[in-house]
Design a protein. Sequence first.
Length: 572
Amino acid sequence: MYCGTCDVSCGANATCVDGFCACKDGFEVCNSEYACFDVQTDEYHCGADCIACHTLAGASGSCTDGACDLVCGGGLEDCDGDWRNGCEASAWANPQHCGACNNSCLNRANAVSGYCLSEACVLECASTHGNCDNTHTNGCEVDLRNNAQHCGACNFACAVQPHVVTGTCSAASCTYTCASGWGNCTSAPGCETQLGTDNHCAACGNQCDWGCEGSACDDGVAVAPGMSHACAIRESGRLVCWGANTAGQIGDGTMTQRPTPVPVSSMASGVTSVGNNHTCAVQNGAARCWGDNTYGQLGVGSTTDQDMPVTVSNLSSGVAAIAVGAEHSCALLTSGYVRCWGYNEFGQLGDGTATQRNTPNPPVPGLVDTTTGRRAIAIAAGGLHTCALLSDATIRCWGQGSYAQIGNGQTSTVRSPVQVLSGVAVSSIATGGHHTCARTTAGAVYCWGDNTYGQLGDGTYSRRSSPTLISSLSSPDGPTAGAFHTCARTSGNVRCWGNNQYGSIGDGTVTNRPIPTLVPSFSGVTALSAGGYNTCAVLSGGAVRCWGWNAVYQVGDGTRTNRPAPTPVAAP
């Protein structure tokens, strides 16, 4: 059948109407083709626009009722409802349709921006807020500035940090209430620092120069070296010792040598003077001694060594100071009298005899004058001699004189006190192994006795039987004497002279020095003491330094290496 002209034939699904071919209902002419296609079901000519369904993103390839059937996948969605452009939205990356149509990552509360990653919204929160529940629908819901469960960052809970009792949040920073003994001393979270250490004693940054004891610094205030050990008093009054302990002179209940300071048993307070192999201290007015007792120098009525402090017989009160020689001891009483005990072969007890005393003698005669009120105000015990400074600024000495250490112009033993340095007002005294020194109230220093190593400081090695002025020493504090060397403080600095075999001068050498020699790069000294072949000092902050002989740990640095320059003593 022809339509309109002899050579035109309407194809299938078309009819001739008024001389023209027309598609039947549900059929359309597509792409200028004369054929009529079923746009209701033809997947290649679907809908009025004759769309090929298989070309659409996410389409299944079938046509139903004039529309391509869409089966979106691969992270695509048909979010505009128009099947003609297929599954046009990427649920993987589209911030407005993230994971599902209309699931927007944008314009969320307290978020600066948002983006879609793997079908999940990622919010870029304002610096003050956080998306702590990981749900984008409520935005960045937490104010990180004041939320103790999310302080400064999501899930940073103030109260659950190490050693924290409670925690609050302010300005995005936790404020902690720390458990006892702990502090928030660094930028690390929580109370990360254990207190009670030298760098953080009781509080963060509270630094101790020589040890923390409980809740307070307990630095050094005084130090006293002996021949083979040393002791120091701490701010609390506690006494610590270190070095050799062959006779129990450390006082810790053992005879084990101690490379570093250890507490002395039962000595919570004390003022100490140290001898060769025994130790004495004043504690609450009582004289207490321990260590070697070969000659009764502990004063307890026997010659048995003691490895812990024992109270000296009849001196349980009224003691102001104590001095320890090689094998004898003397106590200065608050009444101004002096009592001595121990080895006495050379009359060093001052009782006019050579009899050894295992308990304190009666007061040394000739020191106290009740008529004038004169009394002893300081004592010093040397190797085998003793001296006392009296309240009238005069001094008395007694004991061995074979090295001229008495200072009376002779080299004989003196068993009772004799006056030395007459006509000069004296403010302090020091006794060494075989020499003696004194400081006058005018600031001059005189020394006398053995000078084998230059310990008199007069530039020679000649023995002096009478006090000799050290002209090169200007306005020092009171001198202190070791076995064969002497030291003095001058404006916080230290000068030493004499034997330097083990470095006791502190100038970095082992060369004997016959004149006062500056200890280099060492200042701020508040206390100084020489003993044996060692010297020790306390610095203004409370740190303790020692130098010299160290064969049995008497420097206290944990080694047995001699130290020719000031060396830190380990904190107790």
